[in-house]
Design a protein around this ligand. Structure first.
Ligand SMILES: C[C@H](O)[C@H](O)[C@H]1CNC2=NC(N)=NC(=O)C2=N1
Length: 113
């Protein structure tokens, strides 16, 4: 279990600070399979998970959804045949909060189980 995946998301208010470039550089090392990407001007974390078929992909999607509900923090999920694209960002601050790194690490744990 990584240090991040052991943590819980905190309530993220609209005035919460986005992670700085320096913080991002430290945090991304703990989730090396995730790629920071700017989409529509918003920094996000993205990872594509591969599966053998659609059934496994939708089962994983649902497990990630359950984890998101527990954390009160919700990803973008694109489920296709044999793959799921998971995208984390914080809507309330239009960018990345530590919550997104925590949830990315927890998503890796859901995949590993
Ligand atoms: C009211 C509720 O707690 C908020 O809207 C939460 C829900 N889930 C969320 N998920 C994400 N990814 N970003 C948010 O800002 C967010 N806000």
């Amino acid at each position: 279990m990584s240090d991040l995946s052991a943590q819980k998301c905190e309530a993220c208010r609209a005035d919460a600070p986005k992670v700085s470039d320096e913080e991002l550089a430290v945090l991304i090392k703990q989730i090396p399979d995730w790629v920071p990407e700017v989409r529509d001007g918003i920094m996000q974390l993205e990872r594509v998970y591969k599966f053998k078929n659609f059934k496994q992909a939708i089962a994983f999607t649902n497990k990630v959804g359950d984890m998101a509900e527990e954390e009160g923090h919700h990803p973008g999920l694109l489920t296709e045949w044999g793959k799921v694209t998971v995208t984390w960002w914080s809507h309330s601050i239009k960018g990345l909060h530590k919550n997104d790194f925590i949830c990315a690490a927890k998503t890796d744990e859901v995949f590993a189980k």
